[in-house]
Write a protein that binds this ligand. Structure first.
Ligand code: NI
Length: 258
């Protein structure tokens, strides 16, 4: 019914292991989750989760907030992407929230590396952008990111940024933020987005949706994101689940399991 297109269940927040999480997913009718890598050091943990569980997929990449680990090159990312459970490259992108834009040439270079790897590997991109939408879109265009496509994850930007990403063939993934009362503009973007480009995610352990706000987030709660989008669009949560699951399987070329 529902698919969590972006979570970090390899993080220490989930030290109790995957079994209880998967059980609660089942109860909430969340059929699959995509566990997203944020650095090369934890990549083996992410891959192990996807190897151990048929309904957990993996991505490979280094997050723009991570400046302490090893830097990937195109060849290494392409090689990692050959793993049969890896369905995407990322998360990658730009984040000027924590760092001044003048000091993050390395972020832009790393982002270009990921786009080149995604194009070479023929896998979609998972893109993170924060306080950096203009540069993110410019680099996506310069590097031909539209060729491999992908998703703007945890989308919190304006309608104009949404339109630019959609024009490049990208999908928009909405997280628990869309359930927050204060997110009025974002609710509008979620209402207007083309149904066939919509994805839902938790970004767990962060950003738990209402009514779990402030607690540890987990993939089962993606059902609450679907319920909010359904309310905004005058649809049933089931219809949002079906559409976003179909979109997920098409984008990441995972076989559709009912
Ligand atoms: Ni993330």
């Amino acid at each position: 019914m529902f698919i969590d297109s972006h979570c970090h269940i390899d993080f220490p927040d989930f030290s109790e292991g995957a079994a209880p999480l998967l059980q609660r997913m089942q109860t909430a009718r969340v059929t699959h989750a995509l566990c997203v890598s944020v650095n090369l050091e934890n990549c083996p943990r992410v891959l192990a989760l996807a190897e151990a569980h048929d309904n957990v997929y993996a991505s490979v990449g280094v997050h723009p907030d991570h400046d302490e680990g090893r830097e990937p090159d195109v060849a290494e990312l392409v090689q990692l992407a050959r793993h049969p459970r890896v369905v995407a490259i990322g998360e990658t992108g730009l984040d000027y929230y924590r760092m001044q834009r003048e000091s993050v040439d390395w972020q832009r270079a790393r982002f270009r590396t990921h786009i080149r790897a995604a194009r070479e590997a023929g896998k979609p991109l998972i893109i993170h952008t924060r306080n950096a939408a203009e540069d993110t879109l410019a680099i996506m265009a310069e590097e031909g990111a539209g060729e491999c496509g992908g998703v703007m994850h945890c989308f919190t930007e304006s309608q104009a940024v949404a339109d630019a990403a959609l024009a490049m063939g990208f999908h928009l993934s909405f997280s628990g933020i869309v359930t927050f009362k204060s997110a009025k503009d974002l609710k509008e973007v979620a209402r207007n987005a083309p149904l066939e480009r919509l994805l839902i995610e938790t970004d767990s352990p962060y950003l738990a949706p209402v009514p779990h706000r402030g607690k540890r987030n987990e993939p089962a709660y993606v059902a609450d994101v679907a319920a909010e989008i359904a309310a905004l669009r005058g649809m049933t949560p089931e219809a949002v689940g079906q559409a976003t699951s179909r979109n997920f399987h098409r984008l990441f070329r995972t076989e559709a399991v009912r």
